[in-house]
Design a protein around this ligand. Structure first.
Ligand code: NOJ
Length: 683
């Protein structure tokens, strides 16, 4: 059913030309609307291959397609083309919330229907979509007698890169899920990696391999199989099966985003375009926003999740946080450790978690009533510690309880190296199904989700916009306790070109007390203060946390930016970008005429001149500037910040001066007549 908030703009045209039959000229081709990206498909002695070119230069050389199954022959050869057709599609749709309001979905499609020449004549379709910013393709198993229920033991899809490009990657099949620092190596040195994995070619192209619409399938990792070939490696069930399938069935899209520069990746919406439109009729209850929470104290160790003298989630403290949220314009208060089950080693005792019973010093009804009075939402917390059956057995009661109490937002968690007593990876089909079930159930109960230890983002937020944000990378928490002493300054300059291509990240920025020697001298936030602010713009999330202890925001002028910055945007523009070095992004507020800029660098000081030509040309703006101060340096002078104002307009060239590990955060708001006279012009 089409959602009321989706408005089709222009003409959505699907022109299908079915042509051909066995013996049609090969290879079959489809090009992107701008003609730059060309995908070719051919059978070579019955074996299916595809290749990709951009501007006449090879991006992927001939790469194999196909499947292996349990108890039946592979579907990877002996094939013929029974029909093929092309189509074009052009429409614009509106995001319920996001980093851009209106998104154009413009592509050309090639559909190839294949059949085995010999018995049992199984059928398989391959669908390619060529966009100006890359391509997606997927397999479809049509309904057929020769194949009903089946077990995929291997997806044979290859990505044969045309060069030994530098890859930005994190390892797959490791205990900490996606929580690793990105490495940089040539393709030929990779083993097996998660997606998105992003490449830079020696010609300056940027490529990112990922998948879209992962809904009932195993997630794809990419395994190096020799030379410059990566092969799809599906995360298995405990018995080695990869996917339990039933025709008719569509696989997720295999995606390759292609840009002429790193900036192009920031402005690519390919993953969202390859997902199904919004399925929720009423989205009025889905609200982006910002939250504070009883959280950082547990990571620092000054509070505890478990009961006892340090218990964080008390009724009294929660009320203090609610008061703070109400006074400072925050929408929600997250409370972790409110429920029974944290005592002892909670990471090993998932079956002890109750999702309805509170600790005696936390009165759930009292705090939700109090929050309601103050116009703030309590954000519920369900840490499962990867005990799936314990959670599923309580989930209806837990969601009903929250719904009754007006808790419209839940943070879930799946801490553990494997789920369900060590049996399942977080990324196999069993868990993909679980995560999806929770999203659908949450939607039925009017609940938004923030998932930690999640399945990677593949654009499901378009279909279920209550799937707001998730973790799925190393976030701020590592700065409290990681043995390496916190995330290196480079980390956040890699994320926008890798993890963030999947979708929003609950990174939890806003720790303004960057160093806490008296609590943990071995870890800290490796940023300047201005960079910590800039992360609110650089890292997109419809729900952003102000993660610090609320007392650390007292008498802190930089806190004003966190109060002001929105989390729902009309538009996004990349200003400067180099993977692992620096990134600058401008975003326009969805609900005002304000623009915000976040610009960050790694451990190197850098300067950039950026044109503010995205501003309206017929007005002046006050730039509220949060820049690295004199001598600022993440290591030696992280707190040096200059907070100033200047008058700018669309002709201004703004000079960003970023300290080592530094950044700049700007709010650009239309000037009043008085300000246009009184605020000093930017020089
Ligand atoms: C890990 C999550 O990332 C973190 O945010 C949470 O506080 C703990 N698990 C406990 O649930």
């Amino acid at each position: 059913m089409m959602n009321k908030t989706l408005r089709w703009i222009g003409v959505a045209a699907m022109v299908v030309g079915l042509a051909g039959c066995a013996g049609a000229p090969e290879p079959l081709q489809v090009a992107s609307p701008d003609g730059q990206i060309r995908v070719s498909f051919e059978l070579i002695e019955g074996v299916p291959f595809y290749r990709v070119d951009r501007g006449g230069q090879p991006v992927l050389e001939n790469s194999r397609l196909g499947f292996a199954f349990r108890d039946q022959e592979p579907l990877d050869g002996g094939l013929e083309i029974v029909s093929h057709g092309t189509a074009n599609f052009d429409s614009t749709w509106e995001q319920v919330w996001g980093e851009k309001h209106s998104i154009r979905n413009h592509y050309n499609e090639l559909r190839v229907a294949l059949q085995e020449s010999g018995a049992p004549q199984r059928r398989l379709d391959v669908v390619f979509r060529a966009y100006d910013d890359g391509l997606g393709f997927r397999y479809e198993f049509p309904e057929q007698e020769a194949m009903t229920a089946f077990v995929i033991t291997d997806e044979l899809t290859e990505f044969h890169f045309a060069g030994d490009h530098e890859a930005w990657w994190i390892p797959a099949y490791e205990d900490n899920r996606y929580e690793y620092i990105y490495h940089r190596n040539p393709i030929s040195e990779l083993d097996v990696v998660h997606t998105p994995v992003t490449f830079e070619t020696s010609q300056g192209l940027v490529l990112s391999l990922h998948e879209a619409a992962l809904t009932d399938y195993a997630s794809m990792t990419a395994r190096h199989t020799g030379g410059t070939v990566l092969k799809c490696d599906l995360v298995p069930w405990p018995d080695g099966a990869k996917v339990l399938g039933q025709a008719p069935m569509k696989t997720p899209w295999r995606t390759l985003q292609i840009g002429g520069s790193a900036s192009d990746l920031i402005e690519s919406y390919l993953i969202l375009n390859l997902n199904e439109p919004n399925k929720l009729e009423d989205t009025s209850w889905i609200k982006p926003g910002k939250y504070v929470g009883i959280w950082w104290g547990m990571h620092l160790g000054t509070m505890s999740w478990e009961s006892g003298p340090k218990h964080g989630a008390t009724t009294e403290r929660t009320k203090e946080y609610i008061d703070f949220a109400a006074e400072n314009g925050f929408d929600g208060v997250l409370v972790e450790g409110w429920n029974v089950g944290w005592d002892g080693d909670w990471m090993q005792n998932s079956e002890l978690f109750s999702f309805t019973e509170a600790y005696p010093d936390f009165d759930l009804r009292e705090v939700t009533d109090y929050a309601r009075e103050k116009g703030v939402v309590l954000i519920g917390h369900h840490e499962t510690s990867a005990g799936i059956s314990n959670y599923e057995s309580q989930i209806d009661d837990a969601f009903e309880l929250y719904q009754e109490l007006g808790v419209t937002m839940i943070k879930t968690g799946y801490v553990g190296t494997r789920t369900e007593g060590g049996e399942h990876w977080h990324h196999g089909q069993f868990m993909v199904r679980h995560y999806r079930m929770v999203v659908e159930k949450a939607a039925e109960h009017g609940i938004m989700l923030d998932v930690h230890e999640p399945i990677k983002a593949t654009g499901i937020r378009r279909t279920y916009p209550n799937m707001m944000t998730r973790e799925g990378a190393r976030g701020q928490e590592y700065n409290a306790w990681s043995v390496e002493g916190g995330n290196p300054p480079e980390h956040t300059t890699v994320l926008p070109f890798t993890r963030m291509l999947g979708g929003p990240f609950d990174y939890t920025p806003g720790v303004l007390d960057l160093t806490f020697e008296d609590i943990n001298p071995n870890a800290r936030v490796k940023n300047t203060l201005a960079k910590e602010l800039a992360l609110y713009v650089v890292i997109y999330s419809p729900l952003h946390m102000a993660a610090d202890l609320i007392e650390n925001y007292e008498d802190q002028p930089a806190f004003q930016f966190i109060q002001d910055v929105p989390t729902d945007w009309d538009d996004t523009v990349a200003l400067h970008a180099k993977i692992g070095d620096h990134v600058g992004i401008a975003r326009k507020d969805r609900n005002s005429e304000d623009w915000y800029v976040g610009s960050i660098t790694d451990e190197e000081a850098r300067s950039f001149e950026v044109a503010l030509d995205f501003l309206d040309s017929d007005r002046k703006y006050v730039a509220e500037i949060y820049a690295d101060g004199e001598g600022a340096d993440w290591e030696s002078a992280p707190y040096a910040i200059n907070i100033t104002q200047a008058l700018v307009d669309s002709t201004t060239t703004y000079k960003l001066n970023l300290a080592p590990g530094g950044g700049t955060a700007l709010r650009l708001r239309p000037a009043t007549d008085e300000e246009a006279q009184s605020v000093p012009a930017y020089e």
